[in-house]
Design a protein around this ligand. Sequence first.
Ligand SMILES: N[C@@H](CCC(=O)N[C@@H](CS)C(=O)NCC(=O)O)C(=O)O
Length: 244
Amino acid sequence: MSSTNNSSGEPPPAVRVLGGWASPFTNRVVVALKLKGVEHELLQETVGKKSELLLRSNPVHKKFPVLLHHGKPLPESLVIVEYIDEVWPASNGAASAILPRDPHGRAVERFWARYVDDKILPGLRVLRGSVTGDKYKTAGEMSTALQRLEEAFVKCSQGKEYFGGDSIGYLDIALGSFLGWIKAVEKIAGVELLNETKLPILAVWADRFCAHPAVVDVVPDADKLVEFTVQYGAVLNTTNVLPK
Ligand SMILES: N[C@@H](CCC(=O)N[C@@H](CS)C(=O)NCC(=O)O)C(=O)O
């Protein structure tokens, strides 16, 4: 774990994130903090080892990310994103809201965010080689799920640039944090998922999301994640850096 402030005797910053640069879940939290313009420190966990601070902060699941806000821990990426949206609300001239204002819109985005975690993530683990499975069948199932997400994009965005409308919202963050890994597993497994011909709308959204100033330095590019997989493959197969 790397920390920049703690050895200086200064108090730790108000907002810290326990996580890892290759972790899509961590990236959800970092993107949300950047969108809100919240100063924060990312404490990188070492692959294959869990820091004492992580084990203490998330004793139930022992997973990252964990947000530490004034020292108070909060685990689970999407729970943290909602917390960030509540604690740093949109106000005059400040960042926009992450979740829609109306309850139905909020519920719809939560539905699809859960769909992303249920349908996209298990496939990424198979295609990365962390769990066994038929890669062509898996790629087909993921393409179907992405097709549904493209349809959801059309409804949620209402002709605007993001799922969230004019600005990045909850579902943009939930799905967008996986774009690096989606592109990486295409290379690792030799399959096509985010195909511009089959998914023209989602492919354009993906490029736009990855180029956004709050995202561009956060969601790693595919080649870096392929290298990461080659370097830590054996560890990844036992520790679940992508969820099971
Ligand atoms: N549902 C959790 C998933 C978190 C998760 O799986 N984190 C991975 C890193 S990307 C982890 O901590 N893996 C270590 C382990 O499972 O032991 C979230 O959304 O935050």
